[in-house]
Design a protein around this ligand. Structure first.
Ligand code: ADP
Length: 555
């Protein structure tokens, strides 16, 4: 009977001065289930010992001519100071100078040998397990201090993915976060050991098929060492990540599952085990807090940026009131004073002055409205009211009243589709462009509004006049606030330089584009390229899922 048979199998190196006797001892230990390397004395002995990386060394006092303890000193230097040494003491050996962890005397009793070696092997196996735990704890400790919010979400997700994978000695790591709108977990870039494309392609819906396979809320973590054939895993996810094995734990915040932490692909000889799960769960606890902190941090940052923007808009608003409202106010006051103080003023002059007061008052009202609208556009407070809009009637409603020297022609082919837009805002844009076309054509002339389809998803609206035109070097600025053409002819015509800026913001708010082509002295064409469905185009822009409108608008 072999005692000590319940010990785990280990690796024993035998360094015996007699190879035959060494083989005899090896047979005993092999029978007890151990792996044994018998190393012969000579020049390559130390190298062979190191390569064998044993759990226990069993040897004679002298190994060839050399004391065994010298070889062991070098082996322990390379393999670790804990490597146990057992001496097989021959009958002729005295025990006065023995330095060893265990001594066994010839004739060796097989049972006793197995028992004693078994004790060492068990101790070593426990030590390796302990060392592994220590390594993991060191890894976890690194995880806890190294999550940093300063670098932004990507840096955080990359850190979590890498540290999880490294701590669990896996080749791949990925953070997935729950998107409440899409109701799915989404891979966050950058993963670890994955391309950005792989990471972004991972989608794990929380309903439907995946839920039937494995519900993380109810079933908790998942270990799979045969990912490709595991019925609990979503095959698409396994395929996208090329997973052989996987360990997935939910990221929880109270009762909420806010995401998943996935590590995958370990060496086939070291499958994921239950104890690894505990480690990943510990990381997940910390990662969940870090992810939530990151979210809050981003929210605060965004709120702060919005506040700064409000502040800037408010300062600009105050500056406009202080500066641009003064001119008309001074004019109104001056003309009112003239009318009041001169009772002999001829009737036509009186009429003219009162008309000026009326015009200036209109300008002031428009300035106030435009300024308010700009602040709403810039702070995102303006919400578009999407509905179906027929372009023909919209254009007719946009033509300014009281035209005498100008003719307006609407060229809208039958069959042009209705668009989805904010009718009031689009009417405001067209009224502005038509008013400008009339205003900056002081000699009169024709103004044409032309509508054309551009593909199936866009319409082009052009407002063409035969007026003053715009010098080429000034075109670029005109869509900015307060910018006007700086020529005498233009400056004689009253204006604020806010209209085109507002038009551009509204058109862009519809997912479209506004631009002008002009020839000084011959006229200008203002063009609007609009998506047929502005609601869909702007939604797509927000989620970033297609961006067709943006690219078509640039074409
Ligand atoms: P406003 O007309 O109140 O000055 P806009 O922002 O509507 O402000 O226009 C900015 C400037 O662009 C105008 O001041 C004018 O110089 C020039 N502009 C706009 N429309 C035309 C046009 N149809 N023809 C020539 N110039 C134009």
């Amino acid at each position: 009977m072999i005692l000590g048979g319940s010990a785990p199998p280990g690796h024993v190196a035998i360094l015996h001065s007699s190879p035959d006797r060494g083989e005899a001892l090896a047979r005993v230990l092999r029978q007890a289930g151990h792996q044994v390397s018998v190393i012969r004395p000579g020049a390559g002995a130390l190298a062979t010992l190191l390569a064998a990386n044993p759990d226990v060394v069993l040897g004679t006092l002298f190994f060839g001519d050399q004391p065994l303890k010298d070889t062991m000193t070098m082996a322990r230097g390379a393999l670790g100071p804990e490597l146990p040494m057992m001496i097989v003491l021959g009958r002729e050996d005295t025990d006065t100078k023995i330095v060893a962890d265990e001594v066994i005397r010839e004739p060796v009793d097989p049972g006793e040998l197995s028992l004693r070696v078994g004790v060492f092997v068990t101790r070593q196996v426990e030590r390796w397990a302990l060392q592994k735990k220590i390594d993991q704890l060191v890894g976890l400790n690194r995880t806890s201090w190294s999550f940093s919010l300063a670098g932004g979400p990507e840096v955080l997700y990359g850190q979590v993915a890498r540290l999880c994978a490294e701590t669990l000695r896996a080749d791949k790591g990925l953070v997935l976060l729950y998107d409440p709108e899409r109701r799915e977990m989404e891979g966050q870039v950058p993963g670890f050991g994955l391309t950005r494309e792989q990471a972004t392609r991972v989608r794990y819906p929380v309903d439907g098929e995946p839920r039937d396979r494995w519900n993380f809320r109810i079933n908790g973590p998942l270990i799979s060492n045969q990912a490709a054939s595991d019925p609990h895993l979503l095959p698409e996810m396994v395929a996208v990540l090329g997973l052989r094995s996987a360990l997935v734990v939910p990221l929880t915040l109270g009762p909420q599952v806010i995401g998943l932490l996935l590590v995958g692909d370990r060496a086939p000889s070291a499958p994921f085990r239950d104890e690894d799960l505990g480690v990943l769960q510990t990381v997940a606890g910390q990662a969940a807090v870090a992810v939530e902190n990151q979210r809050l941090h981003e929210q605060i940052k965004a709120a702060n940026e919005r506040l700064q923007e409000y502040d800037r808009v408010k300062s600009e608003f105050v500056a406009i009131i202080a500066h641009d409202f003064r001119g008309p106010l001074m004019a109104i006051r001056g003309f009112a004073e003239l009318v009041l103080e001169d009772s002999d003023l001829p009737l036509d002059s009186r009429q003219e002055f009162l008309q000026t007061i009326m015009d200036q008052t209109d300008d002031l009202a428009r300035l106030a409205n435009d300024t308010l609208l700009i602040s709403r556009l810039e702070t995102g407070a303006l919400e578009y009211q999407w509905r179906d809009v027929e372009l023909g009637p919209l254009i007719l409603d946009s033509v300014p009243l009281g035209l005498s020297r100008h003719s307006v022609v609407a060229d809208v082919p039958a069959g042009v589709p209705a668009i989805v837009a904010d009718a009031d805002r689009m009417q405001q844009v067209l009224t502005n462009l038509l008013t400008n076309a009339v205003k900056y054509s002081p000699e009169g002339g024709a103004v044409t509004v032309r509508v054309r389809e551009r593909g199936t998803e866009h319409v082009l609206i052009e407002v063409v006049d035969q007026g003053l035109g715009i010098p080429a070097d000034q075109v670029g600025r005109l869509f900015q606030k307060f910018e006007r053409v700086r020529t005498d002819e233009h400056m004689r015509i009253s204006g604020t330089g806010l209209g085109l800026y507002i038009c551009r913001r509204i058109v862009e708010g519809h997912g479209g584009r506004l631009w002008v082509e002009s020839e000084p002295g011959r006229g200008s064409t203002f063009s609007i390229l609009l998506p047929v469905d502005a609601r869909a185009a702007t939604q797509a822009g927000k989620t970033g899922s297609d961006g067709k409108a943006a690219s078509a608008a640039k074409a």
